[in-house]
Design a binder for this molecule. Structure first.
Ligand SMILES: Cc1ncc(COP(=O)(O)O)c(C=O)c1O
Length: 386
């Protein structure tokens, strides 16, 4: 059976060139980058090259790149670190109802430490309005946390505008860019953010590696204490193979970003249009233009998501219900609820997220399978409730 992977917002396969770049660092180049002898100096150089590759993709200085274990650690470090560093100046944090749990629960955690939070809603298109961010700011606001692109819907927030508001008011701004880096052009300098995040496994590097980009001069105390690695910003012997892999993945993404964005957008659009043409009563969730080019979040009226996912899986098609993180919990998506979807609609929603490996043939297979499948599931359900 042909296997079709359409869950690239959950994770991506490691690119062959990324794996090739990493392999020597499991074998002959095993040194500790902190060692001063030959074994250390070779891997130290490799770590620095990777730092330049990451910096080049997101337009920051290599000295602003801190390697971490992934997106969750980067988000936690930035939010909790800035909150701790600015505690004396104020205790109010502005965030959104649709952040990934890494950011959402970091802010919730800070409530237990005496911080006040405002979680802003989004409109029916899943969009956050910069004006609402501005009007939620108080004299005590020290931090704004807002994601660049939503993991469930792909909706892209007006981060540059929010960055301008934060900068004008002297408020720190953390942007979770995990779903955007490698999928669309991201320019750290231009966004006016103080910190932003990278996760290796979302852009064809392995799991367990990521980066936090910290604007030079921003005070973010480490989350993990220990040795002086990463200029005292993140302790622990570096994950050298992972770092090398992340660097290579960033280089590959940068080499053909424009071409891949256009190709993947056209595949996604043909999937979306094909579904709309062949299946009645569908609802695409998320802004039609300000959306990641690879993401399609769509509700099928009168269909339960569990049997739909199971049938797709049985036919070799991997997609997810909302976000992978909430797939086990069976809770209604916080993101879709914030957009005003009722729980029945939210529970009939799946997310397609395309990637580098997808082809028009993949889309053709999905479009051949889905219309009769939806019709059957709808008929079975109405037969049961009749
Ligand atoms: C928007 C967003 N932020 C953070 C994360 C967490 O990244 P990681 O899996 O590398 O911890 C994810 C992962 O799904 C994400 O989608």
């Amino acid at each position: 059976m042909r296997k079709i992977y359409l869950d690239n917002n959950a994770t991506t396969p490691v690119h062959a060139e990324v794996l090739d770049a990493m392999l020597p660092f499991f074998r002959e180049d095993f040194g500790n980058p902190s060692s001063t002898h030959w074994a250390g100096s070779k891997v130290r150089k490799a770590v620095n090259i990777a730092r330049e590759q990451v910096a080049s993709l997101v337009n920051c200085s290599p000295s602003e790149v801190v390697f971490t274990s992934g997106g969750s650690e980067s988000v936690n470090t930035a939010i909790k670190g800035i909150a701790a560093a600015r505690r004396k100046e104020g205790n109010h944090i502005v965030s959104t109802m649709v952040e990934h749990p890494a950011a959402f629960n970091s802010a919730r955690h800070l409530e237990k430490e005496g911080f006040r939070t405002t979680f802003l809603g989004v409109d029916g298109d899943g969009m956050l309005h910069a004006g609402e961010v501005e009007s939620s700011v108080r004299d005590t606001t020290i931090l704004i946390s807002a994601m660049y692109a939503n993991n469930e819907t792909g909706v892209i927030f007006p981060i540059r505008e929010i960055g301008g508001i934060a900068a004008a008011k002297g408020i720190s701004f953390v942007c979770d860019t995990v779903q955007a880096v490698g999928k669309v052009p991201i320019n750290f300098r231009d966004l006016q953010v103080d910190a932003m995040t990278v996760s290796g496994h979302k852009l064809h590097a392995p799991k367990g590696i990521g980066a936090l980009i910290i604007r030079s001069g921003t005070r973010i105390p480490p989350l993990i204490h220990g040795g002086p690695q990463e200029k005292n910003r993140r302790a622990g012997t570096e994950n050298v193979p992972g770092i090398v892999g992340l660097g290579k993945a960033c280089e590959l993404a940068q080499n053909d970003l424009d071409k891949e964005v256009a190709r993947i957008r056209s595949l996604r659009d043909s999937l979306e249009n094909g579904i709309r043409e062949a299946i009645p009563d569908v609802k695409v969730n998320g802004h039609s233009e300000k959306r990641l080019p690879n993401t399609l979040n769509i509700s099928f009226k009168g269909v339960y998501v569990e049997p739909l996912l199971a049938e797709l899986d049985r036919n070799g098609i991997a997609v997810s219900a909302g976000s992978a993180c909430s797939a086990e919990s069976r809770e209604v998506s916080r993101v879709l609820t914030a957009m005003g979807l009722d729980s029945a609609t939210a529970r009939s929603t799946i997310r397609f997220s395309l990637g580098r490996e997808n082809t028009q043939e993949d889309i053709g297979c999905v479009l051949a399978l889905l219309p009769p499948l939806i019709e059957r599931l709808r008929n079975e359900r109405s037969a049961r409730t009749a």
